[in-house]
Design a protein around this ligand. Structure first.
Ligand SMILES: C[S@@+](CC[C@H](N)C(=O)[O-])C[C@H]1O[C@@H](n2cnc3c(N)ncnc32)[C@H](O)[C@@H]1O
Length: 274
């Protein structure tokens, strides 16, 4: 692994993550032989608006029963949701060994290990044959990847003809200094923000067709304002993104909220067809 990816893996590293989640379930008196996806969904969907926005994305195409790859799958919450609610066969790939270990064990915990496979690897060197998947899905990952061209060409390569690429992204909207830490990067040189127009250009050049583009910024701002108010009133939740971001959760979320509100950043989701 090159030094940039090692630093990015370290940024996300939380040793003993699965064990921490188990301890939190025990403290809430949740029986370990009866854990539901909803018991862990506050922490296993590491993006703005969590499980709600993943369902919206899933509903943007007819995804039932399809073979899906989640690039930068994190703890695998979206893969489990797609397997459980849409009968998809899912594969998740992520740079982080600790996230992949946790994703695999969480799927065992909620009895979804037969429908979800998690692999440690780099999004820019996907270890799959050409045209393997009906759907490639990615949420809040490309900000860590400098070589956007390689990222999108790998996605396109492993996607079947007539397949769908679904994305949900944090993108640069206006120029201006960005304050760090952010949820995806402790420092600016681990962050490679680019604009929606640039993403669209890469994908169109690869031959994909844009079918849907949704501005998610306002929904994200409302979500964050509610979350920050709850954090102020009740403190950290028992099973939230604080499990992943620890003591810096509030600073990271406030920095992201500030830039969404002031217009340097935006949230977008959408669908491209091959
Ligand atoms: C903000 S998290 C989002 C996780 C997941 N997509 C979700 O929404 O729950 C970003 C993820 O991208 C992964 N990542 C960053 N760079 C990557 C790369 N080059 N290849 C694969 N995964 C990468 C990180 O390890 C992390 O799990």
């Amino acid at each position: 692994m090159d030094s940039l990816n090692k630093s990015i893996e370290n940024h996300y590293l939380k040793a003993g993550l699965y064990e921490d989640i188990i301890n939190r379930l025990i403290k809430q008196n949740i029986a370990l032989d009866n854990v539901k996806r909803s018991d862990i969904s506050g922490t296993d969907e590491f993006h703005v608006r969590g499980a709600v926005v993943s369902k919206e994305l899933a509903n943007s195409i007819k995804i039932n029963g399809l073979d899906v790859l989640d690039v930068g799958c994190g703890l695998g919450g979206p893969c489990r949701m797609l397997a459980d609610e849409y009968k998809c066969q899912t594969t998740g790939i992520d740079l982080s060994n600790e996230y992949i270990r946790t994703a695999t064990k969480l799927s065992e915990l909620v009895n979804l290990k037969d429908k979800t496979t998690f692999i440690q690897g780099n999004a820019t060197e996907l270890p799959f044959e050409d045209k393997t998947f009906d759907v490639v899905w990615t949420q809040h990952v490309q900000m860590n990847i400098p070589n956007k061209k390689k990222f999108y060409s790998e996605i396109n390569r492993v996607l079947k003809t007539d397949g769908y690429f679904l994305f949900y992204e944090i993108l640069r909207k206006e120029n201006g200094t960005i304050n760090y830490p952010m949820p995806w990067a402790s420092v600016s040189n681990h962050s490679f923000l680019f604009k929606a127009e640039e993403m669209d250009k890469y994908l169109i050049e690869l031959g994909l067709t844009r079918e849907l583009s949704t501005d998610q910024t306002q929904a994200g701002i409302i979500f964050f304002e509610t979350l920050v108010a709850k954090l102020k009133e009740f403190g950290p939740p028992k099973m939230g993104l604080n499990v992943l971001m620890g003591d810096t959760t509030k600073t990271k979320l406030m920095n992201l909220l500030t830039h969404l509100k002031s217009g340097e950043l935006e949230l977008k989701s959408g669908v491209y067809k091959k």
